[in-house]
Design a protein. Structure first.
Length: 384
């Protein structure tokens, strides 16, 4: 019989990854109490690989049982139930949406986005001096600026987006989370209506042009999809960037990555070791699923333990960006942000040092982040 285990998955202080790795050592498959029901955790790395490939595990929100509640509200909230999103669609519908989403992340835009990332990083680094906290001063504002530009939102929207996302992912209660969702979807949605004239080139303008040209995408879909990209588009990169900087700054300056190849290797190491979503986003069994000798009944919410899979030995390709049809559409953009931020930070502050050795996390089933990263900065050439 599959064990019922006590694992706290709601957002709280501490590192949920440590708990998930411990559970994986003891339970290939486990059940966890959740919202008045039970969710199933797939933990053993080979079982996780099998589950990623099993089509009886769907991401369609309509397959969720009636009692199911997604604490983030990204499944089933008033804002997200208006149209199927990329993360909650499958088959031909998912393919259609992915094609529409992927256009703005395509290789032909790579130079444009890398130039933008470099400019934002340089602007942020200019403001740093002495003792600073790199989470609010670099790791958080960089991805917010990038996803804002990808959507085509003006720079003054960055701070409102930060506040809305903070409430959604770290709200003290359901009311705060709901207030954040209202701010997020309402704020971005305004650029489909009264603030449309303020739009910059980007995804929202591109989708609106398609709507007007041939109706291949509806305004309801645009209003659902584009705000839904903000949280995964920046919270995840913030998480990995903070962890990457912390790990590099724990090393003496002469051991830090100095070449492009070394930087890229460290980025991949950080992605493997510190998945921002330690559990893959919700799946639901459409029929009984047998993973080797372990069975998950039909109609069950399922979470796949990415942390355990990424830390398996011997190491294989990491699953931080997901797998298959649901592989993260913005993976290349996230890698560019991490690579450019680390390169430029070390170029400007080669002797930067952490001011405390304690690493504090806040985490849950849907996010894992450092709460702060205090450092003492010395600019290249020795000026503090």
């Amino acid at each position: 019989m599959t064990n019922l285990v006590d694992v706290r998955l709601d957002v709280s202080p501490g590192d949920v990854q440590e708990r998930l790795l411990d559970v994986a050592r003891r339970h290939p498959l486990a059940r966890v109490a959740w919202a008045g029901g039970e969710v199933w955790l797939v933990n053993e790395p080979e079982l996780v690989r099998l589950a990623f490939r099993d089509r009886r595990l769907t991401k369609e929100a309509d397959a969720a049982p009636d009692w199911f509640d997604d604490a983030t509200g990204m499944i089933g909230s008033a804002q997200t139930s208006r149209a199927a999103a990329l993360i909650t669609s499958e088959g031909a519908e998912h393919t259609r949406q992915r094609k529409l989403h992927a256009a703005v992340f395509s290789a032909r835009h790579r130079e444009r986005w890398e130039q933008l990332i470099t400019e934002v990083v340089h602007d942020l680094l200019r403001t740093l001096d002495g003792e600073v906290d790199l989470v609010p001063r670099l790791a958080y504002p960089l991805p917010v600026a990038v996803i804002s530009a990808v959507l085509g939102l003006p720079p003054e929207m960055r701070e409102p987006l930060v506040e809305a996302c903070r409430l959604v992912t770290h709200g003290a209660d359901d009311a705060e989370c709901e207030r954040g969702r209202v701010q997020l979807y309402g704020g971005v949605g305004a650029f489909l209506g009264p603030r449309r004239h303020e739009l910059r080139p980007g995804m929202i303008a591109d989708l609106l042009a398609l709507h007007e040209a041939d109706g291949s995408v509806s305004t309801v879909e645009i209003a659902t999809w584009t705000p839904g990209l903000v949280i995964p588009g920046h919270e995840s990169t913030t998480s990995v960037l903070a962890a990457l900087l912390a790990e590099v700054l724990d090393e003496p300056p002469d051991r830090r990555p100095a070449t492009a190849e070394q930087v890229e290797a460290r980025v991949e190491d950080a992605l493997r070791a510190n998945p921002p979503f330690p559990l893959a986003t919700w799946r639901f069994t459409t029929s009984p699923v047998l993973l080797q000798e372990h069975e998950i009944p039909a109609g069950k919410p399922v979470l796949l333990n990415i942390s355990a899979l990424n830390h398996a030995s011997p190491p294989t390709a990491h699953y931080t960006f997901g797998y298959g049809a649901h592989y993260c559409v913005g993976a290349a953009l996230a890698r560019a942000e991490l690579r450019i931020a680390l390169t430029e930070f070390l170029r400007k502050f080669p002797d930067a040092a952490r001011t405390t050795g304690e690493t504090r996390w806040v985490s849950g089933y849907a996010i894992r982040q450092l709460t702060s990263l205090p450092v003492r900065l010395t600019r290249a050439g020795g000026t503090a």
